[in-house]
Design a protein around this ligand. Structure first.
Ligand code: CA
Length: 229
């Protein structure tokens, strides 16, 4: 695995570089935001580890610029527990995952492996962090946001949205949604799916002037491509 490590603290950078190299990874270090950005653009990496407080450009700015320039290498951001920034901001900036310092080396490697396996913006299947346009669903933190604003969802709404995100724009039938979200033993009115899609539209589409939750007549639902209404 080829890792770009953007970290200005020399000791941490060298410790991580040593540890990852011993495990067989190739690590390229960068000590500033601009240097990291340049390396990420010029070379190919399986995964990028990026600190937040960095000279030149901070970790959020690095993530944003990478995504603006269509560099989709998975980014894991290192956040500080008592820091001014939080994990939500990291995800909104385009990071794929985060770890809070101090973290165990074993956990870091597990996260990096998972990110590298998932690859650069494949689909949302099986991911902790799901995206559709500016919608971000963080399954680990059970948090949903759109355009950087938190959207409060009930558990059922959350699960329903996760199913739609997992389908990556393909239509999902009502009976599939019913089975996956309400469970195979559900005996109630199948129109419950429609009711909950309505709830989601009210929370996730209407306040943002969007129509992402599309009805596919006679089939079910799908997420529409991200367009401003
Ligand atoms: Ca730092």
């Amino acid at each position: 695995m080829r890792v770009l490590l953007i970290e200005d603290e020399h000791h941490l950078r060298e410790a991580l570089r040593r540890g990852l190299s011993e495990a067989g990874d190739e690590v390229v270090g960068a000590a500033t935001g601009p240097e990291g950005l340049r390396l990420a653009r010029e070379q190919v990496f399986d995964v990028i580890v990026c600190d937040i407080l960095l000279p030149g450009l901070n970790g959020f700015q690095v993530c944003r610029r990478l995504r603006e320039q269509a560099v989709w290498t998975p980014v894991l951001v290192l956040t500080a527990k008592d820091g001014e920034w939080d994990q939500a901001e990291a995800l909104d900036a385009g990071a794929d995952d985060y770890l809070t310092k101090p973290f165990s080396y074993v956990v870091l490697r597990a996260h990096l492996r998972a990110l590298a396996r998932r690859g650069a913006r494949s689909d949302n299947q099986g991911a902790d962090l799901m995206r559709w346009g500016d919608i971000v669903l963080d399954k680990r933190a059970h948090r949903c946001s759109r355009a950087g604003r938190t959207v409060e969802l009930s558990n059922r709404e959350f699960e329903l949205l996760a199913e739609l995100l997992a389908s990556g724009g393909r239509a999902v039938t009502k009976s599939e949604l019913l089975e996956r979200v309400w469970g195979p033993g559900f005996n109630g009115d199948p129109n419950i799916v429609e009711v909950y899609v309505g709830y989601l539209r009210r929370k996730l589409d209407a306040p943002f002037g969007r129509r992402s939750l599309e009805t596919v007549r006679g089939v079910g639902y799908r997420l529409a491509p991200d367009e401003v209404d």
